[in-house]
Structures are given as structure tokens and as C-alpha cells.
Design a protein around this ligand. Structure first.
Ligand code: FES
Ligand code: FES
Length: 153
């Protein structure tokens, strides 16, 4: 066990844990943040993505020790305090870009990070960046439409 400190959605957290525990388990089980999902557990589907120091990162394998001293943002941290959704979240709703919704955490977190880095990202760039995010329902065209819409807001 080790004391690990990190910031999650703007709040400092210090937890006593096995430093090898995957960040996803810490977020879901210790902090009760259920936005990030367990999909493959192998860094191959993107369902567990969070934004770690500004970059969308799968959290299912990453040891929590690797997030020590860093800023983690989860889906729960995107909306404003007054409840206003992030433009990417709103665009996903507007475009009904979900079927089962299982992939959406990763799709939204990755899109937010890509657009933060380059608000003028083109369709090809967005497609390429989100290539690692798998949607088993095949809702990709609506997801892409939503991200392109968010880019303009
Ligand atoms: S659950 Fe982490 S990438 Fe699939
Ligand atoms: S909406 Fe079902 S996995 Fe993407």
C-alpha cells in the first residue's frame, strides 16, 4: 500500500492503495466515478478513457501510480457547475449519437481532448485520432457528425 495523490475533476485526492491498481478501478471503485467504462481491459477499445494532463488516455491498464501528481478529468468533470453540458456532450445529445452508449465515455473524452488541442481539427484528423475508440453498435457516422458539430460551437 502507498499513499497516492492526484487531482480528479478539480479536487485533490489522496488514497492509500496498491500503486499498481489500474486507474480505472480507482476511479470507479474508490471514487465512484462511473463515467469511464470497462470494455476490453487491454487498452484496445477506448471505453475507459479519461483526460490525463490534457491527453485522452485509456485508464484500464495504467497503474494509478502513473497518475500521481497529475490532473485527471472524467466524464463527470466536463459539465459546468450550473449543469451546462460541454459542447461535445451537447452535440452528442443533439445528434442522438448513441445506441447502447457503452463507447460514449471514450468517444466524448477523446473528442474533447482532440478539440482542446486543435479546435479546428478536420474530419480526417478526428477520424484518425478516434480510430482506437471502438463502437460495437456501429454508430460512428452519428458520432463523427456530433464531433464536427461541437467543433463549430
Ligand atoms: S477498457 Fe480500456 S481500452 Fe478497453
Ligand atoms: S453506441 Fe453502443 S458501443 Fe457505441
Amino acid at each position: 500500500m502507498k499513499s497516492i495523490s492526484l487531482t480528479v475533476n478539480g479536487t485533490s485526492q489522496t488514497l492509500e492503495l496498491d500503486p499498481g491498481t489500474p486507474l480505472l478501478y480507482v476511479l470507479r471503485e474508490e471514487l465512484e466515478l462511473n463515467g469511464p467504462k470497462f470494455g476490453c481491459g487491454l487498452q484496445q477499445c477506448g471505453a475507459c478513457m479519461v483526460i490525463l494532463d490534457g491527453k485522452a488516455t485509456p485508464s484500464c491498464v495504467l497503474p494509478v501510480a502513473a497518475a500521481e501528481g497529475k490532473e485527471v478529468v472524467t466524464l463527470e468533470g466536463l459539465a459546468k457547475e450550473d449543469g451546462t453540458l460541454h459542447p461535445v456532450q451537447q452535440a452528442f445529445l443533439d445528434e442522438q449519437a448513441a445506441q447502447c452508449g457503452y463507447c460514449l465515455n471514450g468517444m466524448v473524452m477523446h473528442a474533447v481532448s482532440v478539440l482542446d488541442e486543435n479546435p479546428a481539427a478536420g474530419e480526417e484528423e478526428i477520424r484518425e485520432a478516434l480510430d482506437i475508440n471502438i463502437c460495437r453498435c456501429g454508430t460512428h457516422s452519428r458520432i463523427l457528425k456530433a464531433i464536427l458539430k461541437a467543433r463549430k460551437s
